[in-house]
Ligand binder design. Structure first.
Ligand code: ZN
Length: 391
């Protein structure tokens, strides 16, 4: 398969058309209060988190890096289209209720404060752009091209190319370098006193690996689908960031789908074959056994996504704490990164991690996890270096 693909075929789609979310009108007080207690809180957390990302961006002082442009454009898009615009729509719908509802009134005041701070952060981007003359900040317009990745992910891809990260790469083993990402230890020089953030408007799982080719050694970073906790009442916001990420991965999805389908078909077949042996007591043990066999089986299968060698290590972490996490069953089977710590050691935790995976909940989507973004970047780097795609 890899010989038929060129770097162009497998390119990461970096921009897509901007879309403005149109929120449903709130026509009764009860619905207005529901939105007040969820959407406003979620948007407030997303506004605060984005302000933190912009401050971290300034602290890194990497304004001339090509990735910086992507971060700035994504930050402007998120701020204007996905936070300020929905906030203004909600505010105009809710204003008439606030006089008789102290809780709602308080939430709206908190939101206004977060929005003011975000406005100051955006202004600081505009001012800095004018000072260093390396970038301009344009508010996006409907239909204009915007980055397909969220500001948080682009910021951390940028930090993975920072001087402290390069120093870590040059002096440590791959395992040490990846573990230095845990709790964002290696990024401390850029984080200043700011450590607190809510996981809103950003991924809730991230993954990093070290990619080596004859041309370069680098840390490759990615996140899963953007989470908007408390903003469930505004599904258009979720849909827009999900569609942008899917667009970014559009070259990867058909390739990953083949591995995903092969794995699912094998499990259905095997569990059907064994249906007379399965009862309520042994169901989980049999599923665990079948899935651990399937992991070994898929590694030899033509649809396996690589890397081919477990010596290429990877680490999954969960923001906002950035604690290490084992991969889900799907990523463990479809890809073969070597672990940087022994997550197999606690057998019961490992077993429940493997058994927990649900085909039904995954809804046929092979690319939700952070590993998908990282794998596609590695495949591109392999092809650009003249190597096999799934090396
Ligand atoms: Zn996964």
């Amino acid at each position: 398969m890899s010989s038929q693909l060129s770097p162009h075929d497998l390119a990461l789609k970096a921009t897509c058309s901007a879309k403005r979310p149109h929120l449903k009108a709130v026509d009764n007080e009860r619905a207005a209060r529901d939105i007040a207690s969820s959407a406003l809180k979620g948007l407030k957390n997303a506004a605060k988190a984005l302000s933190v990302d912009i401050e971290t961006f300034h602290a890194a002082k990497m304004y001339g890096d090509p990735l910086a442009k992507g971060f700035i454009a994504s930050a402007a898009h998120y701020a204007h289209f996905l936070i300020l615009d929905p906030y203004n729509q909600l505010r105009s719908q809710l204003e008439k209720y606030r006089r008789n509802d102290k809780t709602l009134s308080k939430r709206m005041d908190e939101m206004r404060l977060a929005i003011t701070l975000l406005g100051d952060s955006l202004q600081s981007l505009i001012d800095r752009g004018a000072t260093v003359k390396k970038f301009d900040v344009y508010p996006p317009e409907g239909g204009s091209q915007v980055p397909t990745a969220c500001p948080f992910e682009l910021l951390h891809r940028l930090l993975c190319d920072s001087p402290v990260m390069r120093e870590a790469l040059a002096t440590g083993t791959d395992t040490e370098t990846l573990l230095s990402l845990e709790f964002r230890k290696v990024f401390r020089p850029y984080l200043g006193g700011i450590q607190e953030r809510s996981p809103a408007g950003c991924p809730n799982m991230v993954f990093a690996t070290i990619h080596r080719s004859p041309k370069a050694v680098q840390v490759v970073f990615g996140g899963n689908e953007v989470a908007w906790p408390n903003v469930e009442t505004c599904p258009e916001i979720w849909a827009i960031t999900k569609a942008a990420r899917d667009y970014q991965l559009s070259a990867y999805i058909p390739i990953a789908q083949q591995a995903f389908n092969a794995l699912e078909r094998r499990e259905l077949f095997r569990m059907r074959e064994r249906k007379d042996d399965i009862n309520e007591l042994n169901q989980k043990a049999i599923l665990f056994q079948e899935r651990t066999d399937a992991i070994k089986w898929l590694r030899q299968h033509p649809t396996h996504l690589g890397p081919k060698s477990l010596s290429q290590r990877g680490l999954a972490m969960r923001p906002p704490t950035w604690q290490r996490r084992p991969p889900c069953y799907l990523c463990e089977a479809m890809m073969s990164w070597g672990p940087v710590y022994d997550f197999y050691k606690d057998k019961e935790t490992w077993k429940s991690n493997i058994v927990r995976f649900s085909w039904e909940k995954r809804g046929g989507r092979p690319h939700c996890c952070a590993e998908a973004i990282v794998r596609l970047q590695c495949m591109n780097l392999n092809l650009k270096a003249g190597l096999s795609m799934n090396k």
